[in-house]
Design a protein around this ligand. Structure first.
Ligand code: SF4
Ligand code: SF4
Length: 257
């Protein structure tokens, strides 16, 4: 598969459309409508990275571009590990969590991170059974059918009842659904203008990964093969030459040395 989106010029035209229509500030405003919370900060919910919309990625990317070379490298290296090694070890935390178990992009974290702990246990179970479990199954089937390899079942993240709302604003599942709808409406403009081919609702590290792959001229097929090769080498020797060389290639490709 050849990339038809996420190249520099595509990102540039996405930014132009987003800036002209105020989408990036609008999405930030929507995110900030989620009431402030406190919790036990155990970091368990960041064991995985939830899906984020394309316009949320643009918000993240706008901030990301302002980081120092060292901060950028830090996020990129953790993202590469998350993307390349997660077939071997499904217990990878979101690359945006820091060493103190705090979100390094807390102010602009996606809607799904903000609303964690707000939904009812029933809704949480429904979502797990009807979406997450099936997605995991399809993912494992894909690698079994296409590459004859077995992928570990990703850890199930437990429902959290430790989130406490610290302001008095009422907030319900309907409010959450409404926020999703408003963001989806913005995302659809990028598809309508053929800036992106289809709706992009995937974890921030995957959005970032597509950018990394495009920048380093790694095609989607090549990327999948690299992941499989790395998994095979790790299973055999506990060391992967392919992982080391791919990491080096990316760091060089992004001029982060
Ligand atoms: S929301 Fe819950 S799972 Fe996430 S860090 Fe806080 S206490 Fe832990
Ligand atoms: S973006 Fe932040 S809050 Fe969301 S999963 Fe990653 S570290 Fe956790």
């Amino acid at each position: 598969m050849k990339y038809t989106y996420y190249y520099d010029e595509v990102l540039a035209s996405a930014f132009k459309l987003a800036e002209t229509n105020g989408y990036i500030d609008s999405v930030k405003k929507i995110q900030n409508q989620v009431p402030k919370t406190k919790c036990e900060c155990c970091g368990n919910c960041c064991m995985d990275s939830p899906n984020a919309y394309f316009v949320e990625f643009l918000l993240f990317f706008r901030e990301f571009k302002q980081l120092s070379k060292e901060q950028t490298k830090n996020i990129i290296v953790k993202t590469i590990d998350w993307l390349l090694l997660s077939l071997k070890n499904s217990q990878f935390q979101c690359p945006l969590i820091d060493e103190n178990k705090k979100c390094s992009i807390y102010e602009i974290r996606p809607l799904n991170c903000r609303t964690w702990g707000f939904e009812s246990k029933e809704q949480f179970e429904y979502n797990y059974e009807n979406n997450i479990k099936q997605q995991n199954e399809e993912f494992r089937k894909f690698y079994k059918t296409n590459y004859d390899i077995d992928i570990e079942e990703p850890p199930r993240i437990d429902y959290c009842d430790k989130v406490i709302k610290v302001d008095n604003r009422p907030f319900s599942q309907n409010d959450i659904n409404d926020m999703h709808k408003r963001i989806i409406k913005m995302d659809s403009k990028f598809v309508n203008r053929q800036i992106i081919k289809h709706m992009c609702y995937q974890p921030l590290p995957v959005h970032l990964g597509v950018f990394i792959q495009a920048k380093c001229k790694i095609t989607w097929d090549e990327w999948a093969l690299l992941r499989v090769q790395i998994l095979r080498e790790l299973n055999e020797n506990n060391f992967s030459k392919t992982y080391e060389s791919t990491k080096e290639r990316i760091i060089k490709g992004l001029n982060l040395d």
